[in-house]
Design a protein around this ligand. Structure first.
Ligand SMILES: Cc1ncc(COP(=O)(O)O)c(C=O)c1O
Length: 372
């Protein structure tokens, strides 16, 4: 919290997850029925919390350079607000959205600056996730410009918080510690097997959770309201709006405090991965960005994931297919869906903190057939 407040110079609100913060920001700055421009490529829960806020998701064309909104090809006159993704830490073109209500999802971009200014300080709100760079398992921070907004946002958060549980906090801290240890001691394969055997992984259809269009239609009758959308928004983090106690906050604080000390190692990993011929072009724009993941674009992505897993490297944060293919009845489609489909099929996000194990495999991967 303190670190994010200092970094952004903003007023901050502590949350059990980033996704709750995004919902609160959209409810605070938008009115149900408004049109929200968003990328087709982001985590499943983001689409559902936009729907829960009563907004119309207008899917933007995607830039195949960075996997974010292609700001040169959007008609801002047709939307009321914009939600950026800053995918894997690569910045959206924030300057292009000046004058619009802008909510920045900086889950992946905790350490990304644009022109010397931290992401998360350009819009009305920036929302951080403590489970990304810090690896705290859960936690979010909403950063806003004006203290006057914080009062209403705090009240809205408190209305939505579900009861906490010391036992559940203990389990989630322990799970996060085991995950960190598995990464450190090269035990990812057995840890993945165990997680699958214990049913700790969310059921998925490909990379996305099941859509359940009928259930979604029923939930939409209650908008704006978050609880009816819990079955979708809670993907991979069932306690996304559960109040956290002392232990969880202590652990989150400890993990966040480690982030600055890990910066040099993260940057070294980014720079090593940037030498690969498969690296996404925008990574090369600025090699001083401590990215959350480094996106490569590879011919046979799914085979690469399997090969990496055989060598103890797990791949996450895959958002395939794009939202307008995933939930066609619930989105306004992108005017040009091809770049997003291409990106979703070929992107391989790589953790720059653990490149020693992945690089020998990554060096053998070939770029995809270019987008026509
Ligand atoms: C781009 C993006 N935004 C937001 C989130 C949600 O973060 P949290 O789990 O803290 O709610 C995720 C989680 O994976 C994400 O990848």
């Amino acid at each position: 919290m303190k670190l994010i407040a200092e970094r952004t110079g903003r007023h901050v609100l502590s949350l059990p997850s980033n996704r709750l913060g995004l919902y609160l920001a959209l409810r605070h700055w938008c009115v149900p029925g408004q049109r929200l421009l968003m990328s087709p490529i982001s985590a499943d829960e983001i689409l559902f919390l936009v729907l829960a806020a009563g907004l119309r998701p207008v899917i933007a064309p995607l830039s195949p350079r960075d996997g974010n909104i292609d700001a040169t090809r959007v008609d801002l006159g047709t939307v009321d607000a914009v939600l950026t993704t800053n995918l894997y830490g690569l910045p959206d073109d924030v300057s292009a959205f000046a004058g619009k209500v802008l909510v920045e999802d900086v889950a992946h971009a905790m350490e990304t600056d644009v022109g010397g200014r931290p992401l998360g300080t350009f819009g009305q709100a920036g929302v951080f996730s403590l489970s990304k760079h810090p690896g705290a398992g859960s936690g979010g921070v909403l950063a806003v410009e004006h203290a006057s907004d914080l009062e209403a946002l705090t009240a809205a958060r408190d209305d939505l918080l579900a009861r906490g549980s010391v036992w559940a906090d203990t389990m989630s801290v322990a799970t996060s510690m085991v995950r960190q240890a598995a990464l450190k001691f090269d035990l990812v394969r057995p840890a993945l097997k165990l997680a699958r055997a214990l049913g700790l992984q969310e059921e998925r259809e490909g990379f996305r959770i099941a859509l359940d269009p009928d259930g979604l239609e029923s939930a939409l009758k209650h908008v704006p309201a978050l609880p009816p959308f819990d079955p979708w928004v809670r993907a991979d983090l069932h306690r996304y709006r559960a109040r956290r106690g002392r232990l969880a906050h202590w652990y989150q604080g400890r993990r966040v405090a480690k982030v600055p000390g890990e910066r040099a190692r993260r940057l070294a990993g980014v720079q090593r991965l940037a030498e690969l011929p498969t690296v996404a072009p925008a990574v090369l724009d600025d090699l001083s960005r401590p990215l959350f993941r480094v996106p490569l674009l590879v011919r046979d992505r799914d085979a690469a994931i399997a090969e990496l897993e055989r060598h103890g490297v797990a791949t996450g944060y895959l958002y395939d297919p794009p939202y307008d293919d995933y939930a066609p009845a619930f989105t306004e489609h992108s005017p040009d869906p091809a770049p997003a489909r291409w990106w979703a099929r070929h992107v391989l996000p790589v953790d720059p903190m653990y490149t020693a194990r992945s690089l020998p495999i990554l060096r053998r991967l070939e770029p995809p057939t270019p987008l026509p």
